[in-house]
Write a protein that binds this ligand. Structure first.
Ligand code: PMV
Length: 307
């Protein structure tokens, strides 16, 4: 049996504005992983066992809009091979939460098939294949998920440009709190688009502001001036609020985290649900985690970024 794995991801700065050409920063979450296993099947055909969903997908019967079937087909075509295969996937990355679970599962499948057929692909090639399935989940995805996950490195992402992995000079602690509210990215991206169509000047100004925040954040990370990150997160959150993608639950969690001593906080990803992230001094992390849990967060992750 051959195995492939892939990490989760979290956006630090720049979501939504990234769809409009501004830069965004995202980092891998290596402790959250999706795994795929490939082995030869005794019977004919290819079947994918989605263990977490309790679903078996037969490639021949799979509809064109099944992402797991799609990535399998695309990868086999890319390699120019086929075989009778059992593919199993499992993941500890929560679904629809902004952790890139879809891109991670697809990436794990590409890697497991690569191991099985002894073919290797560069991160850019994996990213391009996975992007095709991302379109299914998100409509018009910027490509940030497939990029950070395929490279498994902190990246500064600008739509349509080459990926630039960036160095984090000093590791820092991030508290990630899940609102427990599933909020499809497709919907918030669509709402921001409508807002932009109605008042392009206002939205362009917000996006420019986010672009500047991202540049400051990248500069702070490169210089190890981590104490600037909290305030930059809070400024980015205000811009997201202006775009209309925050929510009462998000604001409540941010308030609780800030009162418990976080340096700054913001939503991460599509918004209206999903995750909230906090920049915290290491010694405050437990306290901030407890405070957001008491406020109703459905899952709290304390993680070191850049180490
Ligand atoms: O919800 P996530 O983490 O998949 O991120 C969505 C990020 C957006 O900028 C809102 C959309 C995109 O495709 O970049």
């Amino acid at each position: 049996m051959k195995t492939g794995t892939a990490c989760g991801k979290i956006i630090l700065f720049g979501e939504h504005a990234v769809v409009y050409g501004r830069p965004a920063l995202a980092v891998p979450l290596s402790q959250l992983r999706a795994r795929a296993f490939v082995e030869r099947r005794a019977e004919r055909g290819i079947v994918i066992h989605a263990r977490d969903l309790g679903r078996d997908i037969f490639l021949n019967d799979a509809s064109a809009d099944d992402a797991l079937a799609m990535i399998t087909r695309l990868t086999l075509d890319k390699f120019g091979v086929t075989d009778n295969l059992e593919i199993s996937v499992e993941s500890d990355i929560p679904l629809a939460s902004g952790f890139g679970s879809g891109a991670a599962i697809s990436t794990a499948i590409v890697r497991a098939l690569g191991a099985y057929f002894e073919k290797s692909l560069a991160p850019a090639e994996i990213s391009a294949l996975v992007y095709e399935t991302e379109k299914m989940y998100h409509g018009t995805p910027s490509g940030i998920d497939n990029s950070v996950i395929a490279y498994e490195q902190a990246i500064c992402f600008v739509r349509g440009q080459d990926i630039t992995p960036f160095q984090i000079a000093r590791p820092f602690t991030l508290v990630i709190a899940n609102t427990g509210i599933a909020s499809p990215t497709k919907i918030t991206v669509g709402d921001v688009r409508r807002g932009w169509e109605q008042d392009p000047a206002r939205f362009e100004k917000i996006f420019d502001n986010v672009g500047a925040i991202v540049e400051h954040a990248q500069d702070a990370l490169a210089r190890g001036e981590n104490d600037r990150l909290g305030e930059l997160m809070t400024r980015n959150q205000r811009a997201l609020e202006e775009m209309g993608v925050s929510s009462r639950e998000i604001e409540n969690l941010i308030g609780a985290g800030m009162r418990a001593g976080a340096g700054g906080g913001k939503l991460s990803g599509g918004g209206r649900g999903g995750n909230v992230i906090f920049y915290v001094a290491e010694e405050r992390a437990e306290e901030v985690g407890r405070a957001v849990e008491e406020k109703g967060a459905m899952g709290v992750i304390l993680t070191r970024v850049g180490s």
